[in-house]
Design a protein around this ligand. Structure first.
Ligand code: SF4
Ligand code: FES
Length: 370
């Protein structure tokens, strides 16, 4: 284990509770209940152990981390451990008083999510009225002077609005916008027929992003997260399993990525029972897909295996039921038809929101409008 690199980033999922109901939510289908969440002092130990392990930055995320009344205490613990912290928020509940308190306790940058460039589309995807609160949150973040990034998950409904989304980032005073094409596992896989764009949409959006990135060079950093369904090439998910970062779920389960919460085996260790150092070096789950020894054919002999690491384990699990198979996004995978079939299936008109019982018809009013 001598050649094992330390992780540099920690995704701290402080809660799965959230005022939004996005149908592509990266939280697991089984959400952690509030009573099972790690306490602030437990997060303090996690940050100290993470820093000792080599972690330099933490994303305070959720769900919605602002729903933690002890968020300031948690942020201060990260700061005291010497870890750079970024707040990842929907913006709902972000007042200037709260952001001042968080900045005073060590929050050093803010990433705000938005669901679309205009109110109706954004509220439809969020499953609740939220766009106006995001406008206010953006003003609060800008006034704070903290580094400010906007995050948008892209899909069939908003991909034609990338130009407007980039304009929104400029108007709101963000320094960076992350345009992340939906990754299909968990809630997003459940909603894939409604979220999957078509190739023409993607081509148009890519060209707009390329052109606007040139025009805005030095003013706005545009980060485009590639989709993996269209090119036949898998993404090097998480930069390789257990190689750069780790996630701690609200209940203390430590995972190589947030979606690994759905992995039936190996069972994730809990930071309540083990040190982060032991988890990183010795736990079964972190070692399960490290390196190349675990790889099946065709990855085992493929020249790309050290570049894409065989793709995404969570996508392999979600589509084939076996996390150790080659990612079906790869054109060489024996399961690649699972991707190409999806690309030729008829789009759906309904979302299943991450809160049970919420359905919406795409292009129409939500049938349970708040
Ligand atoms: Fe990557 Fe495996 Fe496909 Fe080769 S066969 S490109 S290593 S996923
Ligand atoms: Fe878990 Fe890709 S999301 S490995």
């Amino acid at each position: 284990m001598a050649d094992l690199n330390p992780p540099w980033a920690l995704l701290a999922e402080l809660t799965h509770a959230c005022p939004l109901h996005c149908p592509y939510c990266s939280n697991p289908l089984e959400l952690v209940r509030r009573g099972a969440e790690l306490r602030a002092e437990e997060w303090g130990r996690v940050f100290r152990e993470a820093a000792a392990l080599g972690v330099v930055q933490a994303h305070l995320s959720g769900g919605e981390p602002l729903l933690r009344p002890d968020l300031e205490e948690i942020a201060a613990a990260a700061r005291d451990a010497g870890v750079y912290t970024q707040l990842v928020t929907s913006g709902l509940g972000l007042t200037s008083a709260r952001l001042d308190a968080l900045a005073a306790n060590g929050v050093e940058s803010v990433q705000l999510s938005v669901q679309d460039a205009a109110r109706a589309g954004s509220d439809l995807i969020a499953g609740t009225r939220s766009f106006d609160a995001k406008v206010e949150a953006a003003a609060v973040i800008r006034a704070s002077g903290l580094p400010f990034g906007l995050n948008v998950v892209l899909h069939r409904r908003n991909l034609d609005h990338v130009a407007e989304l980039i304009d929104l980032a400029v108007a709101w005073g963000a320094e960076r916008i992350e345009l992340a094409n939906t990754q299909f596992y968990g809630w997003a896989l459940r909603n894939r027929a409604a979220l999957l764009p078509d190739r023409a949409q993607l081509t148009r959006a890519q060209e707009i992003v390329r052109r606007r990135a040139e025009e805005l060079r030095g003013r706005l950093e545009i980060f485009w997260v590639l989709p993996d369904y269209f090119e036949g090439t898998p993404k090097p998910c998480m930069g390789g399993w257990g190689s750069r970062s780790l996630t701690v779920a609200p209940d203390g389960k430590a995972l190589p990525c947030p979606a690994a919460y759905a992995l039936p085996e190996p069972k994730p260790p809990n930071v309540r029972d083990h040190s982060l150092d032991w988890i990183w070096r010795h736990s079964e789950i972190f070692n399960a897909y490290r390196g190349t020894a675990w790889m099946p054919s065709p990855c085992r002999t493929c020249p790309q295996r050290e570049t894409d690491f065989g793709g995404c384990r969570c996508q392999a699990l979600a589509l084939t039921g076996d996390a150790s198979r080659t990612d079906p996004a790869c054109s060489l995978s024996p399961d690649h038809h699972l991707i190409t079939d999806a690309l030729t299936s008829a789009p759906s008109t309904d979302y299943t929101y991450r809160s049970p019982g919420r359905l919406a018809r795409v292009g129409g009013e939500r049938d349970d409008a708040p």
